[in-house]
Structures are given as C-alpha cells and as structure tokens.
Write a protein that binds this ligand. Sequence first.
Ligand code: CTP
Length: 400
Amino acid sequence: MLSGKRILLGVTGGIAAYKAAFLLREFQKAGAEVRVAMTPSATRFVGAETFSSLSRHPVAVDIFPDSSDSGDSWTRHIQWGEWADLFVIAPCTANTLAKIVHGLADNMLTSTVLAARCPILICPTMDGEMYQAPATRKNLEQAHNLGYHVLEPEEGYLASGLEGKGRLPEPQQILQYSTELISSVYTGGVLAGKTVLVTAGPTREHIDPVRFISNPSTGKMGFAMAEAARQLGAEVILIHGPVQLSPPAGMETIEIETAQQLFEAVKTYADADIVIMSAAVADFSPSEYHEQKVKKEQAESEIKLTSTPDILSWLGHKKRDGQVLIGFAMETENLLENASRKLNEKNIDWIVANSLTEPGAGFAVDTNAVLLLGNSRQEQLSGSKKELAREILDLIFNSK
Ligand code: CTP
C-alpha cells in the first residue's frame, strides 16, 4: 500500500527518537521513499547521520543553510512540504506539539508542518505526567480540531522509570496506521470527510458506591464499528462505558459510566453525520442512590427503578436531513419482529439485530451473527466482530 508513496518522517527530541530509525526501515520495507526532518534537540538523542544513511538522503535540521547544504536550503521546508504524501512526526514531544498547534515555525520541522499539503500524523510521546498535563490535553484537542491525525501513545514503562501513558507505539503499529491513513486519503475512503459518533460497551447504574446494575457487554462490537469507520476515512468519536479494551488509535475516545452521562456526551456530538449506537444502555437506574454502602441488615428487599432516557429514540426524533442513524438490538426471541419495531419506533435508518441464542453470537465472544435491517433490505451476516463491522458499513454505504 505504501509502494511509491513519499513519507516525510519528523523526529523530535525525546528518548524514543531511536525508535524512529526502526520506523524508517518499516516504511521502506513497505515500499515508501522516506526523508527525515529532525529538530535540533532530536540530534542529541540520535545522530542525523543515522537517518541520512538509512534514508539515503540528507536530513533536514536547520532552516538556515550552512556551507555543506545544497542551494535549495532556503526553501527546503516548502519543497519538502510539497513533496510528501504523508508527514509522520514520531516521536512528537510536548514542546513540538505545542508549537504545531500554535502555528510556530521556529525550526525546519515546524516550518515544514506549516508548509505541508499532505495529511500529518502526530505521535505524541512523553512522560505520563506531561501527557496528562492540562496544557498538553488542550493542545491535543486543538490538534484534532485543526485536522491533524493523532496516534495516541501507549501505556507502559517510561524512560523516567514510571509506568504511564506516553510510550511511542511500536513501529509496526505506526506503519499500520499510516497505511490506513494513506489508503483512506488517497483512495478516498467512502466515509472520508464524515464525522461518525460510535457508542460502545455497557453503562453502570449505581445503587451505592459498590453496587450497580449493568449488563455483560464487552464493547467489542462497538470498538470494531469505530475502527471500521476510521478505516473508511471517517473522523470518529467513540464514547464508551467501562470496558477492558485499549482505546483504538486515531480517534477521540470519551469514557462514561451511566446512561445519563452517555446521553450528555451524545448530545455534544448529536449532529454527527452518522451515529452508531452499539452501547448496551441500561434501561433503568435505581431511583435512589445511597452515598454510603448499604449495610445488608438495612437493605430493603426491593429496589425502585426509574427509566433512563432512550438516547437512540431521542436522536431519531430530532434527526436532521442526510444524517444516518444505526442502532443495535439485542434479542432473545422474535428477532425480526422486535428489531423491525425498534427501527420504526426509534425512527432510525438501520438496525443491527443480534440474537443472544444464536451460536457464536452475543456478549463477550469475538464472533457475531446479525440481521441487518433497513432501507427495505434485510441481510443475514456472520463472522468475526471486526469483519462484520466492516461488512455492515460496506453494505450501508455501498462501497462494494
Ligand atoms: N438504546 C438507547 N437508550 C436506551 C436503551 C437503548 O439509546 N436507554 C439504544 C441501544 O444503544 C441500541 C437500541 O437502542 O442501539 C436498542 O437497544 P435494546 O436494548 O435492544 O432495546 P431497547 O430499546 O432498550 O428495548 P428492550 O430493552 O425493550 O428490548
């Protein structure tokens, strides 16, 4: 997929700079031509000669020409910005991130960011505390808003000796993300330019601080839907309840716990082009919440419940022209009848109906068997949740 593609690799001054050398090789092995721009501090971690030898091309560090530079140095940031099909900044320090989102152009790398005409992938890499710092959080949000692609760092052992989120993802993962990015941008993924809101996982409705009403949803199907939408070029916002899954790369993720919190978060993105409600939303929550753990001697034998808002129905009844709403239905009997009723009553476009009694379907398994209903169509689909997610979107958005 990267064959013949031109990748500009930006390396900034973090300890993970050495990993960029491996990443460069991965890009080359995938068929890409690579050039490297470094910040001056990156050269303190890895010598520019390493990258010039591997890329078989001079490395750009200084914006001002020196005696050894060729005559194009004054405008190199413009030429390289035009040359690249993809600009990957890995690792990207908190400092370079801050400069990029504020439009600073104080070195070769940041100047080339401003001049670039291609998609730019930022791989923020730093110590966990720096990553969580309010200024960095704001800068990352701004990076998303400005249209930069951001590959979130991984959790793990950091150079500081601490555990936390801030590690540069492995070169293979950056390669995979870059390949998907290039394929969605240059082959025009069917969802390119679309905003897709996906909800996933269960909600928890607390009775007291240690007890709640929930369901066995693992979030796997919803996460697969979010990844499939991203692979088709969409900008994805994933809102999810408590799950044991790592956040998928390249999208904004928001964690919620209760149905009410999910509702509030959904409202913020309610005018997304496409909404996929895969969350298993609790239909009821306890009418009363006990601030302290209820002692069993004092517990009443009945819990009063209040209905939670039907979020999908709310979306369906304020649906705007052109918006596509996709719901899920989990049934134990009368699949077709119940799913068709939900499709109509909630005023949505498509419903993916799961039968909990079907072998290989339902909660916690990696496969699923579903009935896709909508637009006067009815399709029976089965496979791994990842394959199914892609197939559902392909069928709905006609990319096949
Ligand atoms: N849903 C929602 N808000 C709720 C309950 C469900 O938005 N309070 C959404 C789910 O995310 C799913 C669809 O509605 O996309 C159908 O959910 P499901 O639980 O199958 O159906 P319910 O409407 O809750 O009906 P029932 O429990 O009676 O089957």
